[in-house]
Ligand binder design. Sequence first.
Ligand SMILES: CC(=O)SCCNC(=O)CCNC(=O)[C@H](O)C(C)(C)COP(=O)(O)OP(=O)(O)OC[C@H]1O[C@@H](n2cnc3c(N)ncnc32)[C@H](O)[C@@H]1OP(=O)(O)O
Length: 403
Amino acid sequence: MTEFTVERARAGDERALFDLIATALHRPAPHDDLWERCDPSVYSLDRKFAAYTPDGEPLGFTGSFRSDLAVPGGALVPAAAVDGVAVRADSTRRGILTGLMDRQLRDCADRGEVAAMLHASEATIYGRFGYGVAVKAAEVVVDSRRARLRPGVPLSGSVRMVDPERDPGLLPRAYRRVGPHRPGMMTRPDAWWQRGRHLVLGRGGHHAAVHFDDAGEPDGFVVYKPAASDHHGHVNSLWVRELHGADLGVRLNLWRFLLSIDLIEDIHAGGRPVDEPLDLVLTDPRAFRITDVEDSLWLRLVDVPAALAARTYGAAEPVLVGVTDRQLPANSGCYRVGPDGVERVSADPELEVDVETLAMLYLGHWRASLLGQTGRLGANPDVLARADVLFTTAEPPWNGTGF
Ligand SMILES: CC(=O)SCCNC(=O)CCNC(=O)[C@H](O)C(C)(C)COP(=O)(O)OP(=O)(O)OC[C@H]1O[C@@H](n2cnc3c(N)ncnc32)[C@H](O)[C@@H]1OP(=O)(O)O
């Protein structure tokens, strides 16, 4: 049995830990030149935990950065964005991740964070730690040769290609204007942009275009990369990494820009909203296809009373929700949840749910009745019908930030 202790990551281990993650994820580690160009704050050891052998060798790692998550109704709650989890391949399945997750969750709770969130490499890892799939996302493809916008599609402003290396503040400014306008979206700290710039744009090959409103202010952007899509190596595909706009008109104008790029036959984009309405704006709706829908944001409610109180609810009679949380037992209890607010009560619950499934319900992607019918939570049909109205949101949540 490997001996290890879980503790705050030790000063001086920054690069070793980053390399540990890269190796575990089978990615190239950043070369010396890139590492030296990075601002040290991007890899600060604040909020990072590691598992060490008695000799001080790192075996595992987890880290996060602070963000704010948009919840139904528009409020932002403080959240930990967990952006790196890895255990060295010779030391897996010995409880190292379990120790790291436990330490990290307690740290989030001590910091007063309401939630933790992550994008999972595998869907079998995080449920046991109370994370549930709260947001799903679509992979889409547009046949650029067939796709023409219908007349009357509302478009405004203009799109201009930019060099984010030359004007590093432009994309962050546009994202701030876009804002976390939909449940599941999040704020991006400066370090996120630093890392994005160095590790994504810095790797080369990506282009960026910004959308400007009629007053000349940036209110959307797209980052994309041309790629070969046939066996001769001809570049005739685009891969969209990000596409954001302050409103639908801005997003459609960015799609119009992508569709206007010469020599391109198909445009691929991952991590898109499940309700991306491109089929509604094309003369040939079949030029747009959703090729996959997958789990996107995994959410862990760290402070259940604060999380329940932060969101709004549909108009229905309140439901008594009984929550079970093995890792953070202070969350376990019964809550009366209704459109007029949430309070902790001493009563028998009408709906029983563990903290993982509550996270699935929380941002509005899943209907309570479906979760009940599939055995994920317990309640009678009348209660489920009320919970459907309370928890369902006007639009499905979306995250849209890679981390
Ligand atoms: C947010 C992100 O960064 S996602 C990236 C996650 N990292 C990776 O995928 C990199 C490659 N994989 C790894 O580094 C490791 O295998 C990890 C981090 C996924 C798991 O670390 P481990 O130390 O092996 O986990 P640990 O031993 O604590 O396992 C806890 C439980 O989860 C299970 N488990 C762990 N990983 C997996 C997995 N990939 N698939 C299925 N079950 C798993 C274990 O079997 C164990 O179950 P048990 O409690 O019933 O015995």
